[in-house]
Design a binder for this molecule. Structure first.
Ligand code: NDP
Ligand code: GDR
Length: 324
């Protein structure tokens, strides 16, 4: 029997990579998209990755339980990947209530839709290393206490615990992937890696003269989205649902990540990068470093792409886009 996967947030970075991954495994892939006046542009990621005509899309919104129930009833999925969220940390200070409604309560909406229409479906929740925030242990694992530092991270913490709660209350096969930062050429333009790779490409082509950044001393554990969507799938193939940290086990400053991009294009970091205090956050997550040993032991998962290779791939993709 062909398996059916339903992906919320299919138009985002991870939605595109996961769609491709699941289609390659023979799944039928269904996705939920928000109605938009510019959908053709919105869905560019599915086009870029070559699956636009292979997935079936439904209009829905994580804030609208009735749409989720209708879609689950129609698709009857075997697996549900809940990737939809207001996912940009900075915006969560500007739109804290929307962030709570979608990134937190939206998870309960999706779980309620499953509980009533397809309780035996397996459920993946896109949890985040941002939940560790003001870190309580130098290396963060599944047992590290959380200390969220933004409305986004507080909302994700709710999403994480409601997933655990539905697993324990209703015996739903619900897993929470605590994923550290992962990037790709399909990363949103506002996130720091993509902002850097796009700016480096623009500067190289003479289209931009400087790159303004905020806290370049912040450190992140960066992996590639292509590796990380495989971990999502592996979690749902286990007999028992569980929570897993997905990370590389290496951490790098924004400064050094930026230097990788600049060096690749033979650009002088000190000449082009300027610090803009307006880009500092009200409360910062200074450093994140994950311990993926549980995922390695239980899922057999390991990251395969280095930060250097990923940044170069992103720079190349941005150069190509700009030249077009
Ligand atoms: P993106 O921001 O690229 O994608 C978010 C997706 O959510 C988009 O498809 C967006 O649709 C959709 N969405 C937003 N609001 C709604 C809504 N109200 N109803 C339905 N859909 C909505 O995120 P990523 O792909 O990078 O991340 C996927 C998930 O993983 C997110 O939940 C994110 O918070 C989480 N995460 C990401 C990490 C990372 O480093 N990338 C790390 C840890 C967790 P639209 O295209 O219309 O905007
Ligand atoms: P993050 O990603 O907040 O970790 O959340 P982001 O790339 O936005 O920031 C990473 C770090 O870089 C610093 N920084 C800047 N960030 C941005 N966006 N723009 C800048 O100009 C800039 N200058 C410095 C930030 O202060 C921060 O410390 C991402 C999202 O994908 C979340 O959805 C996800 O949950 C987490 O990763 C894990």
């Amino acid at each position: 029997m062909t398996k059916r996967a339903l992906i919320t947030g299919i138009s985002g970075q991870d939605g595109a990579y996961l769609s491709k991954f699941l289609l390659d495994k023979g799944y039928e892939v269904y996705g939920i998209v928000r109605r938009s006046s510019h959908r053709g542009v919105d869905n560019h990621r599915l086009l870029w990755i070559g699956v636009w005509d292979k997935v079936k899309l439904f209009d829905g919104d994580l804030g609208d339980l009735s749409s989720l129930m209708r879609i689950v009833n129609e698709v009857m999925p075997d697996e549900v990947y809940n990737l939809a969220a207001q996912s940009f940390v900075t915006s969560s200070w500007q739109q804290p209530i929307l962030t709570a409604n979608i990134t937190a309560i939206g998870v309960t909406n999706m779980l309620e839709a499953l509980r009533s229409a397809k309780p035996d479906a397996r459920f993946y929740q896109a949890s985040s290393s941002e939940m560790f925030g003001l870190i309580q242990e130098s290396v963060q694992s599944e047992t590290t206490p959380f200390y969220p530092r933004s409305p986004y991270a507080v909302a994700k913490l709710y999403g994480h615990w409601i997933t655990v709660n539905y697993r324990e209350s209703y015996n739903i096969h619900a897993s929470s992937g605590i994923l550290f930062n992962h990037e790709s050429p399909l990363r949103g333009a506002e996130f720091v890696t993509r902002k850097v790779t796009t700016a480096a490409a623009m500067i190289k082509l003479g289209l931009q003269s400087e790159l303004k950044l905020g806290n370049i001393d912040a450190k992140r554990d960066w992996g590639h989205a292509r590796d990380y969507v495989e971990a999502m799938w592996l979690m749902l193939q286990q007999d028992r649902p569980d929570d897993y940290v997905i990370a590389t086990g290496k951490t790098t400053t924004v400064r050094d990540m930026c230097k990788i991009a600049m060096d690749y294009l033979e650009l002088d970091f000190d000449k082009f990068v300027k610090i803009d205090p307006d880009l500092y956050r009200p409360a910062e997550v200074d450093i994140l470093l994950g311990d993926p040993s549980k995922a390695k032991a239980k899922l057999g998962w390991e990251p395969s792409i280095t930060l250097e290779d990923m940044i170069r791939e992103m720079v190349d993709a941005d150069l190509e886009r700009l030249k077009k």
